[in-house]
Design a protein around this ligand. Structure first.
Ligand code: NAI
Length: 480
C-alpha cells in the first residue's frame, strides 16, 4: 500500500489530503502537525476549518485510510510520498522584511525529514514557496541523507477557500514540476498516478520545477490584479456616474477577458494574494528587475487604496466623524462560505473606524469573537505562524462588541458596513433594520450585495462601491 504523509494540517493540508484519501481507497494518508489542538480538532466532530462539503469527506474516510496525528516523525519515516504544506509567512525581520517568504517552517520540516528517513522518499512542495526553493530543500535533504535518495516535486495548490472541496474534486488543472532527470521523471509519474485516480489525464500538467513554483505565484498575482483592476475602475465609475457592475459585465463578455473575478469590492483579502505578490516583488528585485517588481507592487497599492477609500467614504458621509457612533459591521471573513479572516479587508476597515473612535458591533456567521479580537490586535503578518507560536494578543479592543445576529448588530446603529458577501445579507429585513436605527441611517456596501435603489426607497443613505453616488454623498470628497 502506498503511504502518503502530509506535514501541516491547515486549510490546504487538511482538505487536499481528505480528498486524496476519498478518491484513492488503496492509499493510506496521514496528516501530521506540530499543533496538538489542530490535530485534536481534526479528530473531533468540530473540524478546525469551515469548508462546505469537508465534513462529509472526512467522515467517510477518517479511521479507514485517513488519519490525523501529532506523531510527525513516525509517519514521515513510514511514508513513500511526503507533502509539505506548512506556513510560509512573510518575513517581518531581517533581510527582505515585509516582502520575502520566511522559510523557517519549511526548512525545519526538511531537516526533520532528512533526520528520520530510512528509505527513499518523494518530497512534494505543497506550500506556496519562492521560485528556486526546491534547490535549497534538495541541498538540505541530500547533505543530510545518509545515502537515502530524495526526489523533490513542486505541486502547488490552486484550491480557493469556500469552494475547496469542489475545486479538489474537479480541478481546472493539477500542476506537477520535477527534475528533468530519469529519477525526477519517475517521481512525477508516481505523483501523477495518485491524481489520475480522479483527475482526467489532460488536466495534469507536468513541467520543470521552476515553472511549477513560479506558476503558483504568477496565478495569484494575475487573480489579484483583476480585482485591483476592477477596483481601480470602481473609483473612476464613482467619479463619472458609470456603474462598475455594468462596466464589468460589458468588459467580461469579451471572451479574451472572461467574466470571472471582476466583482468590485472593498478589496481582496485571504492568506495568499498579498503574501504571494510581495514574495514575487522581492524575487523580481533580487533578480535586478525593478520595473517588473513595481508593476506588481501596484496591485497591492490599489488594494490598500480601496480599503482607505471605503473608510474615508464612511467618515466623510457621516458628518466627518464617527466618534462615539455605533457602526454595525456585517461580515468579517475575507469572503463568504469561509470562517477564514487572514488578511481580510475587514481588519483594515475596522481599524480605520476604531482610529476615528467609532463603536463597532460586528456580526459574521462563521467568525468568533476571540478571532476578531486577535485579528484587530495582532501586528501585520503575525497571523501566519502555527497557532501555538503566535504572540499572545495584547489587551482586547474595548470599543467593539461581537454579536451573533445581524439585527442585534444594527440595533440603534448610525451606520452599517457590509464587508463580506454572505448570502444572508441579501435577504435581511431592511425595513425592520431601518426602523431600529438612528437617523439618518447610513449603509455602506463594500461587496455590492444590496440593491441600492430599494434601500434608498426605504430611507437609507446608501454607498455601494463603484455605483452612481447617492445625492447625499455626491458632493463630498472621495479621499480625505
Ligand atoms: P495553515 O496555517 O492553515 O496550516 C499550516 C499548518 O502547518 C499549521 O497547522 C502549522 O501548525 C503546521 N506546521 C508548521 N510547521 C510545521 C512543522 N515543522 N511540522 C508540522 N506541522 C507544521 O496554512 P495553509 O493555509 O494551509 O497554507 C499552507 C501553505 O499553502 C502556505 O504556503 C500557503 O501559502 C499555501 N496555500 C494556501 C492556500 C489557501 O487557500 N489557504 C491555497 C494554496 C496554497
Amino acid at each position: 500500500m502506498v503511504k502518503i504523509c502530509c506535514i501541516g494540517a491547515g486549510y490546504v493540508g487538511g482538505p487536499t489530503m481528505a480528498v486524496i484519501a476519498l478518491k484513492c481507497p488503496s492509499i493510506e494518508v496521514v496528516v501530521v502537525d506540530i499543533s496538538v489542538s489542530r490535530i485534536t480538532a481534526w479528530n473531533s466532530e468540530q473540524l478546525p476549518i469551515y469548508e462546505p462539503g469537508l465534513d462529509e469527506v472526512v467522515k467517510q474516510c477518517r479511521g479507514k485510510n485517513l488519519f490525523f496525528s501529532v506523531d510527525v516523525e513516525r509517519h514521515v519515516s513510514e511514508a513513500d510520498i511526503i507533502f509539505v504544506s506548512v506556513n510560509t509567512p512573510t518575513k517581518t525581520q531581517g533581510l527582505g522584511a515585509g516582502k520575502a517568504a520566511d522559510l523557517t517552517y519549511w526548512e525545519s520540516a526538511a531537516r526533520m525529514i532528512a533526520d528520520v528517513s530510512k528509505s527513499d522518499k518523494i518530497v512534494v512542495e505543497k506550500s506556496t514557496v519562492p521560485v528556486k526553493t526546491a534547490e535549497a530543500i534538495e541541498k538540505i535533504l541530500t547533505h543530510n541523507s545518509k545515502g537515502i535518495k530524495f526526489q523533490i516535486l513542486s505541486n502547488p495548490e490552486f484550491l480557493a477557500e469556500g469552494t475547496a472541496i469542489e475545486d479538489l474534486f474537479s480541478p481546472d488543472r493539477v500542476l506537477i514540476g520535477g527534475r528533468e532527470t530519469p529519477d525526477g521523471q519517475k517521481a512525477i509519474k508516481a505523483l501523477k498516478a495518485v491524481y489520475a485516480h480522479w483527475v482526467p489525464e489532460e488536466r495534469i500538467i507536468c513541467t520543470n520545477l521552476w515553472s511549477a513554483e513560479l506558476s503558483k505565484l504568477a496565478a495569484n498575482a494575475f487573480l489579484a490584479q483583476r480585482i485591483s483592476s476592477v477596483n481601480a475602475m470602481s473609483a473612476l465609475c464613482e467619479a463619472t456616474g458609470a456603474d462598475v457592475s455594468q462596466v464589468a459585465h460589458a468588459v467580461g463578455k469579451d471572451t479574451r477577458i472572461g467574466a470571472k473575478f471582476l466583482n468590485a469590492s472593498v478589496g481582496f483579502g485571504g492568506s495568499c494574494f498579498q503574501k504571494d505578490i510581495l514574495n514575487l516583488v522581492y524575487i523580481c528585485e533580487c533578480n535586478g528587475l525593478p520595473e517588473v517588481a513595481n508593476y506588481w507592487k501596484q496591485v497591492i497599492k490599489v488594494n490598500d487604496y480601496q480599503k482607505n477609500r471605503f473608510v474615508n467614504r464612511i467618515v466623510s458621509s457621516m458628518f466627518n466623524t464617527v466618534s462615539g457612533k455605533k457602526i454595525a459591521v456585517l461580515g468579517f471573513a475575507f469572503k463568504k462560505d469561509t470562517g477564514d479572516t487572514r488578511e481580510t479587508p475587514a481588519i483594515d476597515v475596522c481599524k480605520g473606524l476604531i482610529d476615528d473612535k467609532a463603536k463597532l458591533s460586528i456580526y459574521d456567521p462563521q467568525v468568533t469573537e476571540d478571532q476578531i479580537q486577535r485579528d484587530l490586535t495582532l501586528n501585520k503578518f503575525d497571523w501566519d505562524h502555527p497557532a501555538h507560536l503566535q504572540p499572545l494578543s495584547p489587551a482586547s479592543k474595548k470599543d467593539i462588541s461581537v454579536v451573533w445576529d445581524a439585527y442585534e448588530a444594527t440595533k440603534d446603529a448610525h451606520g452599517i458596513c457590509i464587508l463580506t458577501e454572505w448570502d444572508e445579507f441579501k435577504n435581511l429585513d431592511y425595513h425592520k433594520i431601518y426602523n431600529n436605527m438612528q437617523k439618518p441611517a447610513f449603509l455602506f456596501d463594500g461587496r455590492n450585495v444590496v440593491n441600492p435603489q430599494k434601500l434608498r426607497d426605504i430611507g437609507f443613505v446608501v454607498y455601494s462601491i463603484g455605483k452612481p453616488l447617492d445625492p447625499w454623498i455626491k458632493d463630498l470628497p472621495a479621499v480625505a
